[in-house]
Design a protein around this ligand. Sequence first.
Ligand SMILES: Cc1ncc(COP(=O)(O)O)c(C=O)c1O
Length: 373
Amino acid sequence: MQHKNKVKVPFLDLKRVNAPYKEMFKKSFERFLDSGWYIKGSAVTAFEKAFANYCGTSYCIGVGNGLDALTLILKAYVALGRIKEGDEVIVAANTYIATILAVKQANLTPVLVEPDAASFNLDPQRIEAQCSTHTKVILPTHLYGQLADMEAISAIAKKRGLLVIADAAQAHGAMTTSGARAGSLCDAVGFSFYPTKNLGALGDGGAVTTNDSALAAIIRSMANYGSTSKYVNDIIGVNSRLDEVQAYFLLEKLKDLDKNNDRRRAIAKQYFNKIENEKIKKPHVKSWENHIFHVFVIQITNRDEFCLYLDQEEIGYLIHYPIPPHHQKALIEFKDLELPITEKIHSEVISIPLYPEMTINEIERVIEVLNAY
Ligand SMILES: Cc1ncc(COP(=O)(O)O)c(C=O)c1O
């Protein structure tokens, strides 16, 4: 079928996302180059302060990437004696594999719990049945940009004396209805600044936010060879630092994060109002502040056929994610788990284009093509 408004719609165009910053970035880069100081400089310090302030936390520690942010939080809690190697960490079974890898890297035991089928987030109703005497942490992911039910999760954690650590790699700026940001809703939060994220660098980057001064101090040291002052090493550390040049770029982009999240929400609202096709299930939105639409994920039963149709119509898409973690070869120990909700989600989800720089024509084309399916 031919559509009158036939434009090719990429899933995401990062060149377009970063184009408005080109001149600013060139100036920032010149400042960076001329500073002669390329690691752990004033831009990292300024970004850490700005991001902590944005999230409403006392501390932000820039690290190498989102996986390291989560791994360092967990390892730091082990170093502080709050948890010990082998302890169990509750995660959503449908999270991106990095959440589970972080748990494994810290020599802890991931416990995969089915998500809520509507919100795709960790289902608080299922957590307690999976808790044992070894459970010490609940680690929800704010998947696709929507906050997990932190109130219910925190209540369980409080009752059982567990830590809550959130994976907010996809949720920069998501807010509760009372105005608290994702970065401030639990003991510690890990962020990724991978270029495709709502707050994306031009390379790898990550951060931890927390109000816990002891945790912040140990992560800062652990991410820098375990060093407390130059050439003094108290613990075994790694090298995982937010790059100075990325901090310059992130400082610029942080200023527009709320505006860009609002634009994402406005596009999502158009999709909600105008996509009408009984074969397509739109995502469940608990509240609009809670969701920053990192991706707009629809569900469809005959996904392969739908993908071919989108290919023909030149509409970009991605699948977040095609293989559930427990079916990945890397996580062979979970292969016998029965997780029907997770498996159904992985077989039906597909993400359609949604990013702030999309044109009206592109948005309308996506709607038209989906309605014509
Ligand atoms: C939910 C989630 N957790 C963790 C990560 C890991 O972040 P990074 O790629 O910066 O290591 C990502 C990034 O893709 C993610 O989406």
